[in-house]
Design a protein around this ligand. Structure first.
Ligand code: SF4
Length: 307
């Protein structure tokens, strides 16, 4: 392994004409080497617009899959193929097909955190940044299935006043925050604002002064007069918050146990070493059956057009 991994990765970027896209939940050193850091919507836009020959996706499998759906002719690499997502896994395609068949007149709106098979069964993809805005644009009399995240679905229902049939999936990380510990933190830090991702459970969202996607949370702390925040999402985002506003104080919302389960174990499978190795050996590569890719592309394109 080269001693200067940052330098070696920079050389490989040149050699391969590669772009490194990283999610906010990646380790800080991966964020620092990335050409673009963002949430799912920003990353999809970057993947759609890049003219690089190789996309190295420092995120989880469904994100790299989305990049491949948008770029069938490009090599899309994921540092660790095991980097999955508990939320995507909570919506198995065969069961979802039966659920969809049981609601034949419903339009399917799926959160981007799902597999290519689920995207292929969807009419519209959304992210936590645009879910409310997109659902508001749908005809009022159109029945909707929202999948796979029940917490985001419930939040969208509250914000839009729309009734939706929810698939009962959830993210193991965002369901781990302890409401009791957040309230204790609020007592210890009375000036701190709680800000939360809509994948959190309603009991946690109730305490939040601001709810938004990771990008919205980052912008919020930059624009706010407050100097102290309790962050109820994966703590990887705190690296960018700290860089953007070094004088502010960020407290990760604690999980229920004394573990580090507020860190996404899937996201954290990627390391700088694995990122280097995947570029050096051009593997593991994301591949998809063409019929699934084409079917999954349509609702993603619709999202990109509507947002
Ligand atoms: S934080 Fe949750 S939704 Fe995001 S990748 Fe990890 S398991 Fe999936």
């Amino acid at each position: 392994m080269p001693q200067d991994l940052f330098g070696a990765i920079a050389d490989l970027k040149q050699e391969l004409n590669a772009i490194v896209l990283a999610h906010y939940y990646q380790d800080p050193d991966i964020q620092d080497i990335a050409d673009y850091i963002g949430d799912s919507l920003g990353l999809s836009r970057q993947a759609a617009e890049t003219d690089a020959a190789v996309i190295v996706f420092a995120g989880v499998h469904f994100m790299a899959e989305t990049a491949k759906i948008l770029n069938p002719d490009k090599l899309v690499l994921l540092p660790d193929l095991e980097a999955g997502c508990s939320l995507a896994d909570s919506c198995p395609p065969a069961e979802f097909a039966a659920f969809k068949a049981a609601h034949p007149d419903h339009m399917v709106v799926s959160y981007i955190n799902c597999t290519a098979e689920i995207k292929a069964m969807s009419d519209l993809i959304c992210t936590s940044s645009n879910a409310v805005k997109l659902v508001q644009q749908l005809p009022a009399d159109q029945p909707i299935i929202f999948a796979p995240d029940r917490n985001l679905g419930r939040y969208v229902m509250e914000q839009t006043g729309r009734d939706m049939v929810l698939w009962q999936g959830s993210c193991m990380v965002h369901e781990t925050f302890s409401e009791r510990k957040i309230v204790e933190l609020q007592v210890q830090h009375p000036d701190a604002e709680v800000i939360a991702h809509p994948e959190c459970e309603p009991a946690v969202l109730r305490h939040a002064q601001f709810i938004g996607s990771t990008t919205a949370l980052l912008k919020y702390v930059q624009g706010s007069d407050r100097t102290s925040f309790i962050i109820a999402t994966e703590p990887g985002i705190i690296h960018q918050m700290q860089k953007a506003t070094p004088h502010k104080h960020f407290i990760p919302a604690p999980p229920m146990n004394q573990c580090a389960c507020n860190e996404c174990p899937h996201m954290r499978l990627n390391t700088l070493e694995k990122l280097y190795l995947c570029m050096k050996h051009r593997t593991p590569e994301i591949t998809l059956p063409e019929d699934i890719r084409v079917a999954a592309l349509r609702p993603i394109q619709r999202m990109l057009e509507l947002s």
